[in-house]
Design a binder for this molecule. Structure first.
Ligand SMILES: Nc1ncnc2c1ncn2[C@@H]1O[C@H](COP(=O)(O)OP(=O)(O)OP(=O)(O)O)[C@@H](O)[C@H]1O
Length: 374
């Protein structure tokens, strides 16, 4: 496990081994009792196979425990209908003969203790489903269908929510519309969410932790930013490689629309949405290729965000590039990367332990405000 700092209650404990045809799977990982754990890997790496085995839809040998309950271990194997889980697929698999309301009622009927009116209202509000209730499934857009599918899954009061590329069938606009709902859900639901995706940008927005899968095996698992900035893991070689860091909004300027955030005791400015964000926690996304390094801060520069950092490590990136792992001064857990040419690194004689100024051309929020729906 990468970058673990302390124990958090385990919500999901998986150790599975077996084959699907000639494809071998060996997956052992844990996920905390709440929040989003992303299962990330290239197409064909085995993510769906692992998810289906956790759901009991296919049988692999080994252990699945959820919230302290054993779903399978040795001879014990609970069938899918006895595993209290919600499963959201790539394509929403709703009942087309029922309305939106009918589909939600179906979900609620699967809930062991039933669903009271308050919970039903909460889910309808959380996913903005009110307007869609009387509609037929065939009259919904792809994004709306997925919102209903998520609502139906949650109303069954699962102990674990499995989401298999729920956005992959949607265009960019629909994705942007639905992502904030999933962000809200993740913050509000008291259960582990296992979210399969091969899209790092989605994961950067949603996940707290990541399990990296390659060729049926777990390559690494741990907190999201520890994996994103793990120079040995290879995610840093992606041209869009970025770090995702927690920050808190401390101010908003009406004059120029910039929000001010506290990042590990240092100030960062980003495009803001309004004073209502003050006090909220936000994820900051820092793309490695947007970061340049200087021995002294530039006095006359258009760059707004300059952070004091220390070099932790230097690794070859591409032929002409180096990947430099940085930690914020005074906050060693807050790590991000800079991609610089070998030539400039040699000119500045960069070495681990150096204290420098990182100039960041563009810092963006990885989370977004809720869309205003008609
Ligand atoms: N029933 C099966 N019989 C034989 N091979 C299988 C079976 N199920 C899955 N596989 C193989 O296992 C591998 C992993 O497939 P899987 O769908 O789990 O990957 P994935 O990471 O979810 O891919 P994608 O992102 O494209 O959905 C693939 O090579 C697939 O062909």
């Amino acid at each position: 496990m990468i970058g673990e700092t302390g124990p958090s209650p385990v919500g999901l404990d998986v150790a599975l081994v077996g084959r699907r045809g000639s494809f071998a799977i060996e997956a052992a990982f844990t996920a905390p009792a709440r929040g989003v754990t992303a299962l990330f890997g290239r197409s064909g790496s085995g993510k769906t196979s692992i998810l289906r085995a956790i759901a009991g839809l296919t049988r692999l040998e080994g252990r699945v425990r959820v919230a302290g309950e054993t779903w399978q271990d040795g001879a014990l194997f609970l069938p899918t209908h006895r595993r209290p889980l919600g499963y959201v697929f790539q394509e929403a698999s709703l009942f087309s003969h029922l309305s939106v309301d009918g589909n939600l009622i179906y979900g609620a009927r699967r809930s062991p203790g039933g669903v009271d009116a308050a919970m039903r209202r909460e889910v309808i509000d959380l996913l903005s489903l009110e307007r869609l209730m009387p509609r037929a499934i065939g009259d919904l857009s792809g994004g709306e269908r997925q919102r209903v599918a998520i609502g139906r899954a949650i109303l069954s009061r699962p102990r674990l929510l499995l989401m298999d590329e729920p956005l992959s069938g949607l265009d960019h606009r629909a994705k942007d519309e639905i992502l904030p709902f999933i962000e809200q859900l993740a913050a509000g639901l008291d259960l582990p969410i296992l979210y399969v995706s091969h899209d790092l940008a989605e994961i950067e927005r949603l996940a707290d932790r990541i399990v990296v899968v390659a060729e049926g095996r777990v390559q690494a698992s741990g907190p999201l930013n520890a994996a994103l900035t793990d120079l040995g893991l290879g995610l840093v070689r992606d041209p869009r490689a970025a770090a995702v860091l927690p920050a808190r909004v401390t101010g908003f300027s009406e004059e120029d629309g910039l929000a001010e955030l506290d990042l590990g005791g240092q100030r960062v400015f980003v495009d803001g949405s309004g004073p209502e964000e003050i006090g909220l926690n936000r994820r900051l996304r820092i793309v490695a290729s947007d970061v340049s390094l200087a021995r002294a801060p530039l006095a006359a520069s258009t760059i707004l965000n300059i952070l004091r950092v220390e070099i932790l490590a230097i690794e070859p990136g591409g032929r002409a590039d180096l990947a430099i792992l940085l930690a914020l001064d005074g906050a060693p857990d807050l790590t991000f990367m800079a991609k610089v040419t070998r030539r400039s690194a040699a000119r500045l004689q960069l070495a681990p332990g150096d204290r420098l100024h990182a100039q960041i051309k563009s810092v963006s929020l990885a989370t977004s405000p809720m869309p205003r729906l008609r």
